[in-house]
Design a protein around this ligand. Structure first.
Ligand code: NAD
Length: 498
């Protein structure tokens, strides 16, 4: 059995006398495969202290030298791709190919961070007054913290720390206790890439470690990705302690199907975005909005495909969908299916009770498809975070747009149509941070930025791209006068252009 500890000041800290541990499981088999150390206030203190001590030298390292560490890190991630993907699948359950997909999306942020000298080069204005010049530069904020969810153990941390480190900050990562191993390998690879000890640290743990990070006086900024309830708490607590904070949270992503949509493409898009990664993606589509009379045909085409989904261990190359992450999450998602039936939605495909031969104890749920879901139902309002797709029928475009906009979440939203007017009106009017036009999961590329609207985000900065650079830096604007019309004597009025 693995013992998963912390990584502090360039070293593994696997066991601590009297430490608290949580079990980790392989979701494909239900077997316990490890135990993870749950950080205490003192252990968090060691990590933050190491990050604070490493900060001045790293911040003073020229940006091109920091970028070179990122170049080497990118190369190491690519060379270790198979090992990293296997580790993700072992603890999370997603298929190996999907694990590679999340790694590639994470590596794209490292590629973006490799361009940091250009991104930090600042602004200069000469002659803002006679003989007076002004320049603005972005400086690191200090010790940054990342608190990340189970569903992307590689990609979500990689949304944060490559940009933070490239900007000259040090970092403490608190990964999900459900799949904590990958973060330690990322720490080893950063060290191998030449990152000095203490610049990147990993503290495993639960609420105790998170609370210690949120209130630590030497922490400057907190990035969180996870559920809305926890994210709102993290944002409020971090900001109450005077920290810069961003919290990217839960979602209920709608895909509007217009009557003129290419139904073959739409159905494929709904299958991939609804059931890929067993629906455990913050950008998963969990509601299909059937506009006009398209509902019957949509259901007729979706149902056999959902029925035929190949569910199996993530290590089986034939699996399209792996297990859910934990036994508790399986029970929660199955419970939502029970609720949907009780609320009167029509369960067209029932994936409950799936048992796979040889994997009887794995956390599997077959694809589930509901029709005639209405906005007052709990299965419509809540984020289920499993392979459950709800179809809501509306008469027209206006009702579809209103439905999407009235939901409390606004992460992603998509429309499938051949009509440019409808696409443009949807894009303009929809209250969501990321919009797809004939694209079901519009996760922005690394040189744009990721973030939702409404209760899918707390804070005013998205992650990665220029938003990430803004979040992980603070602006310093300097006004200089070396030559020119310098006279003696005090000036008691507000300086204005002469
Ligand atoms: P979660 O909120 O349970 O956990 C996220 C992190 O918070 C973990 O590191 C966890 O240890 C910590 N945590 C959990 N409970 C806590 C508490 N009471 N106090 C302090 N810290 C606590 O989320 P999860 O189940 O790991 O991930 C799934 C959620 O993440 C979904 O809601 C999904 O939509 C969301 N998510 C959002 C995005 C996005 O970018 N918007 C991306 C990925 C996942």
């Amino acid at each position: 059995m693995d013992t998963i500890g912390h990584f502090i000041n360039g070293q593994h800290a696997g066991t601590v006398p009297g430490g608290r541990f949580a079990a980790t499981f392989n979701p494909a088999t239900g077997e316990q495969i490890g135990q993870v150390l749950l950080g205490t206030v003192d252990q968090v203190g060691f990590a933050v202290k190491a990050a604070a001590a490493a900060l001045p030298a790293w911040a003073a390292t020229p940006a091109p030298a920091r970028a070179r560490v990122m170049f080497r890190f990118k190369d190491l991630l690519e060379r270790n791709m198979d090992r990293l993907a296997a580790l993700i699948t072992r603890e999370h359950g997603k298929t190996i190919e999907d694990a590679k997909g999340e790694l590639i999306r994470g590596i794209e942020v490292v590629e973006f961070a490799c361009g940091i000298p250009h991104l930090l080069k600042g602004e200069f204005s000469d002659q803002v007054g006679r003989g007076v010049d002004t320049f603005s530069m972005r400086h690191p904020v200090g010790v940054c913290v990342g608190i990340t969810p189970f569903n992307f153990p590689a990609m979500v941390p990689l949304w944060m720390f490559p940009v933070a480190l490239a900007c000259g900050n040090s970092f403490v990562l608190k990964p999900s206790e459900k799949d904590p191993s990958l973060a330690l390998v990322l720490a080893e690879l950063l060290a191998e890439a030449g990152l000095p000890a203490g610049v990147f640290n990993v503290v495993n743990g639960d609420k105790e470690a998170v609370d210690a990070l949120l209130s630590h006086p030497q922490v400057a900024a907190v990035s969180f990705v996870g559920s809305t309830a926890v994210g709102e708490y993290v944002y409020r607590t971090a900001t109450a302690h005077g920290k810069r904070a961003q919290a990217l949270c839960g979602a209920k992503n709608h895909l509007v199907v217009m009557p003129d949509a290419d139904l073959d493409r739409t159905v494929d898009a709904l299958m991939g975005s609804g059931y890929g990664s067993a629906g455990e993606r913050c950008m998963a589509v969990s509601v299909a909005v059937a506009v006009g009379g398209i509902g019957d045909e949509l259901i007729a085409r979706l149902a056999p495909k959902v029925q035929a989904l190949k569910v199996g261990p993530g290590t089986d190359p034939d699996s399209e969908m792996g297990p859910l992450v934990t036994k508790e999450h399986l029970a929660k998602v199955s419970g939502y299916v029970d609720t949907g039936v009780a609320e009167g939605a029509k369960l067209v495909v029932d994936g409950r009770g799936l048992k796979l031969q040889g994997h009887e104890n794995g956390y599997y749920l077959g694809g589930c498809l509901f029709d005639h879901v209405t906005p007052d139902m709990k299965i419509y309002r809540d984020e289920i975070f499993g392979p459950v797709l709800s179809v809501v029928r509306v008469p027209g475009f206006d009702e579809a747009l209103r439905l999407v906009n009235e939901h409390e979440y606004g992460n992603g939203a998509a429309i499938f149509t051949r009509n440019g007017d409808a696409a443009r009106a949807f894009d303009y009017g929809v209250l969501a941070g990321m919009v797809g036009i004939n694209v079901p999961i519009p996760v922005p590329i690394a040189y744009h930025s990721f973030g939702g609207w409404k209760r899918s985000i707390f804070g005013d900065r998205n992650v990665y791209g220029l938003e990430g650079v803004g979040f992980y830096t603070r602006l310093k604007t300097t006004t200089t006068r070396w030559t020119g019309d310098v006279r003696g004597g005090a000036e008691f009025v507000m300086p204005v252009l002469a």
